[in-house]
Design a protein around this ligand. Structure first.
Ligand code: HEM
Length: 511
């Protein structure tokens, strides 16, 4: 953000000499005012004061200005919501008005003009993609049918650790990312690409996704001053275009492979991987331009899966592992439960998951303290509306600060303490179905996470397998650093490194 500051400040200084009086739009005496918020400088508004850690900054601003406040940033108006009741007004009571996303210039490039399930506006194309995603791709029956694909990947990870990494420092982020990415890619194209070619593609995706995520987390002056967008001062658009081009090539290679199979043999009955479903849908609707999916929609749905799903997912697992290493007594309880439910002469299966109640509570507690997407994905109202007694103009960028709500001491007892037991209390109704506005790490309303059932299965299964198969410890002399690095996805500033040793005595269980 430093470069960002310098540019923002220099624009401010240049323009300050030609300040024109801000002309406030006369508001009708009946319409409520805009939310309160800090005063910024002329022209640039609050931009020069935006720091690196928006999590803390947004939370501190809420303490000062209340649960809904505004920030003028150049030409943009941001509104930040930080209370359960106002969140409900946005994502539930006015769901339809707030069902569009605020898409930055960089993301617009990355998603072919803001398309795909994550970034499309609430239009028929989005509804169709979301329907395919939720009701076909990851429906309960498809998830059951694809279990073997997940199992293959997870067992391969366990085998690889056992054969090559015992006693060695492992970067948990890379391990989780590659495992999740392999699962997601297998789900997308049904495990068709295997062996060296598969590994090469996964590695390439890993590199490009990291770069894309870094770019999306970077403040872009063009977003705040649209008249400067053509100059692309920080090169965000150019860099994004380059990475997207790489991603496109990888996707196209995979789609080609599938097209050949599709043209040659027709759709394979019973297969439910993303490419089969999309190609089938495209074929079924080939004369219907209203509902037929375009090649770009194919690509961008793959991007949703890979860039969105994989990074949020692997981050969530890394945080849970970090909390367990920080709290050895809780780790011991998880492993005891695994011994009781799975047994130490057995391997973990997804069918064990529903019985691992304590581990489920650990995962939920970890998502409470470290929600993978800390401000949800920003919304943008399609019309001016009144929220929390204030006017929110059309096209405002609205952030819901789930991170601060889930740490709010007026809601949570000792909120900074990692205490999974709070999720074992049945009276609390603390699930993440989006109906409880004290706890909603997957969001809420019609734009809630579309991948939640898959995310839940993958997280439990991967965590359970890692913890059942190995003991984990930090490298000698290493301190656990729980600092958070702000971005769309909340990553650890310092990746977690841990050393595994086998926990099971029968080496066949690692074969
Ligand atoms: C622990 C892992 C995950 C977490 C915490 C998470 C969280 C979220 C959140 C907070 C949103 C925005 C919701 C809102 O605006 O109300 C979201 C959207 C979304 N997520 Fe996830 N997610 C996870 C994993 C996944 C996975 C594995 C996939 C797919 C493979 C996925 C696919 C999506 C999609 C497609 C959307 C956009 C939905 C829409 O706009 O209609 N997510 N996720």
């Amino acid at each position: 953000m430093d470069q960002f500051y310098i540019i923002a400040l220099s624009i401010s200084l240049t323009l300050v000499s030609i300040i024109i009086l801000f002309i406030k739009k006369p508001t009708s005496s009946k319409s409520p005012p805009l939310p309160p918020g800090p005063r910024g400088l002329p022209i640039v508004g609050y931009l020069p004061y935006i720091g690196k850690n928006l999590l803390v900054q947004f939370t501190e601003l809420a303490h000062k200005y209340g649960p809904i406040y505004k920030l003028h940033l150049g030409h943009k108006l941001w509104v930040v919501v930080s209370s359960p009741s106002i969140t409900k007004e946005v994502v539930r009571d006015n769901d339809l008005i707030f069902a569009n996303r605020a898409v930055s210039i960089g993301l617009r490039v990355a998603t072919y003009g803001g398309s795909g399930v994550v970034w499309s506006p609430n239009e028929p194309g989005w509804r169709l993609m979301r329907k395919i995603f939720v009701h076909e791709m990851i429906s309960p029956s498809s998830l059951e049918a694809s279990y073997n694909l997940r199992k293959d990947v997870v067992r391969k990870t366990i085998r690889n650790i056992h054969h090559n990494k015992i006693g060695k420092a492992i970067q948990m982020r890379d391990l989780c990312f590659l495992t999740v990415l392999n699962i997601v890619i297998n789900l997308m194209w049904g495990g068709t690409i295997e062996g060296e070619e598969g590994e090469r593609i996964v590695t390439e995706f890993n590199i490009v996704v990291e770069k894309l995520l870094d770019l999306t987390g970077k403040g872009n002056i063009s977003d705040f001053f649209p008249f400067l967008a053509g100059l692309d001062l920080q090169g965000v658009k150019r860099n994004m275009e380059r990475h997207v081009e790489c991603m496109d090539k990888m996707f196209d290679a995979v789609i080609d492979l599938y097209q050949q199979r599709f043209n040659g043999k027709g759709i394979e009955q019973g297969r439910k991987d993303l490419l089969q479903l999309l190609l089938k849908h495209k074929e079924d609707n080939k004369d219907d331009s209203e509902t037929g999916l375009t090649l770009q929609q194919f690509r961008v749905m793959m991007m949703d899966f890979i860039a969105g799903g994989t990074s949020a997912q692997s981050t969530a697992i890394e945080w849970a592992m970090a909390e367990l290493l920080k709290n050895p007594e809780i780790l011991a309880k998880v492993q005891q439960e695994l011994s009781d439910v799975v047994g130490d002469n057995n391997i973990v299966e997804e069918s064990h998951m529903s019985k691992l109640k304590y581990m489920e509570a650990v995962f939920k507690e970890s998502l409470r303290l470290h929600p993978a997407i800390p401000f949800l994905i920003p919304r943008s109202p399609i019309e001016s509306s009144i929220i929390g007694g204030y006017t929110i103009p059309k096209r405002t960028t609205v952030f819901v600060n789930v991170w601060s709500i889930q740490r709010d001491p007026s809601i949570w007892e000792n909120p900074l303490e990692f205490r999974p037991e709070r999720f074992l209390d049945k009276n609390q109704n603390l699930d993440y179905s989006g109906n409880n506005f004290n706890y909603f790490p997957f969001g809420s309303g019609r734009r809630m996470c579309a991948g939640m059932p898959l995310a839940e299965r993958m997280s439990f299964y991967i965590l359970a397998s890692l913890l059942h198969s190995f003991e984990w410890r930090l490298p000698e002399g290493e301190q656990l650093d729980m600092a958070e690095r702000f971005g769309i996805v909340l990553r650890k500033t310092k990746p977690l490194v841990a050393l595994p040793t086998p926990r099971l005595s029968d080496s066949n269980l690692y074969a």
